[in-house]
Every structure is written in structure tokens, then in C-alpha cells.
Design a protein around this ligand. Structure first.
Ligand code: GRF
Length: 210
């Protein structure tokens, strides 16, 4: 069975969606870099082990990442799921978990890497927006995408309504992708690409809620 660790910094609504999805894999631990992350509370309520690794207590990014890495090894993790984890990871850490670490980003990558995606979508006047689940590589928000959730931006949308609607999509898409990995339906190939088993798919799966 796949053993999953979820890395969080905040509210953890994606963590909750993963817990509620009753995955074929097991969430063996939730690690936060912030003591006040509500996600820790959600994990405790679900009876999942938690670890707090406060980045401020370490002299360097590498030292912080080493402690996280050791915790993941102690839990026997083979899939790392970033769910609102607000730290940039060192190259060494990313390399160690290459092909075994996922992130969800609130935009239709490769558009709008980085922060404030909803505001940027509104500023540009885009018609479509959404979220992307991708493998994590050393370059920020640039790894191979596995799936995207797509919605159409309404004229009345604000940053807040868009954030809520994208979140709703995330809760649909992320557990589904993690489940594919748990069941082996999706595999990471050595060249960094994705294999969708028993299907003709070659492109990231698109979930549309227009
Ligand atoms: C999500 O919007 C996700 O796309 C981004 O961080 C946010 C996490 O939200 N990476 P939550 O903590 O899961 O509610």
C-alpha cells in the first residue's frame, strides 16, 4: 500500500478532501512548518500522525529540508503530497523525492506560476481559470502536469469567489489524482513524463466545471 505524507502550512482543506476520499493508499503523516496551521487539527481529528518542523528554527533551507526528509523516511513514505505548503524546497530535497512528490497550484499552468493567481487572472481578463496537479521539480510550478481542473471565469467573479470556486475544483481533482497513483493507474516515467495505464491518454486529464 502506498504510504502518503501530506505537507501543509495552512487551513488544509485539500488535506480534508484527501482524508474524506478514503484513498487506497494510507496517509501516514501530516507535516507542517507552521504551528498554527489548522491542517494539523484536521489530521489529529482523523487520527493521523503529525509533525511540526518550524523552518524558522533552522539556519538554512537545506537544514530544514533534511529534518523533513528524515521525518518522511521515518514514516516510510513513498508519496509526498504538497497541499498548501508555503516553502520553497531545496534542490537536494526535490531530487530525493523526484517522481514521488505532487503539488496542486491554483492556476492553469504553465500560466500564472507563483502567487496571487486569482487577481492576475482577473487583471488579464481571462475567460478560463483553474488548478493544476503536477510533479514537483526544482523549478517552481514547472513539473509535468497530471491533471487540471478548469472553470470559466464569470463577469461577476472577484478574487474571493474565484478562490472559492478553484478550491472546490481542487477538492475534486487532487484526491482523484492521488488515487490514480495509489492504484498504479498513473505512473511517473524516468524521462519525467506521465504514463496513463490502460488508456490512450497522453495529455494531462482535464476536469471541467464551466
Ligand atoms: C490551494 O489553493 C492550493 O492550490 C495552494 O494552496 C492552497 C491550499 O489550500 N497550493 P488549503 O490549505 O488546502 O485549504
Amino acid at each position: 500500500m502506498i504510504k502518503i505524507a501530506v505537507l501543509v502550512s495552512g487551513s488544509g482543506s485539500n488535506l480534508q478532501a484527501l482524508i474524506d476520499a478514503k484513498l487506497s493508499g494510507q496517509i501516514v503523516g501530516v507535516l507542517s512548518n507552521r504551528p498554527d496551521a489548522y491542517a494539523l487539527e484536521r489530521a489529529k481529528q482523523a487520527g493521523i500522525k503529525t509533525a511540526l518542523v518550524e523552518h524558522k528554527q533552522y539556519p538554512s533551507r537545506e537544514a530544514f529540508d533534511d529534518v523533513m526528509h528524515q521525518q518522511l523516511l521515518d514514516w516510510g513514505v513513498n508519496l509526498v503530497v504538497l497541499a498548501g505548503f508555503m516553502r520553497i524546497l531545496s534542490e537536494k530535497f526535490v531530487k530525493a523525492w523526484e517522481g514521488k512528490m505532487l503539488n496542486i497550484h491554483p492556476s492553469l499552468l504553465p500560466y500564472y506560476k507563483g502567487m496571487h493567481t486569482h487577481q492576475r487572472v482577473i487583471n488579464t481578463g481571462d475567460v478560463y481559470h483553474g488548478c493544476t496537479v503536477h510533479y514537483v521539480t526544482a523549478e517552481l510550478d514547472a513539473g509535468q502536469a497530471l491533471a487540471q481542473g478548469i472553470l470559466s471565469v464569470k463577469r461577476t467573479d472577484t478574487v474571493e469567489t474565484l478562490a472559492n470556486r478553484v478550491h472546490e475544483l481542487e477538492h475534486l481533482v487532487y484526491p482523484q489524482v492521488v488515487e490514480w497513483i495509489c492504484t498504479g493507474a498513473v505512473q511517473h516515467l524516468e524521462d519525467g513524463s506521465v504514463l496513463y495505464r490502460n488508456s490512450l491518454l497522453t495529455e494531462p486529464v482535464q476536469f471541467c466545471k464551466l
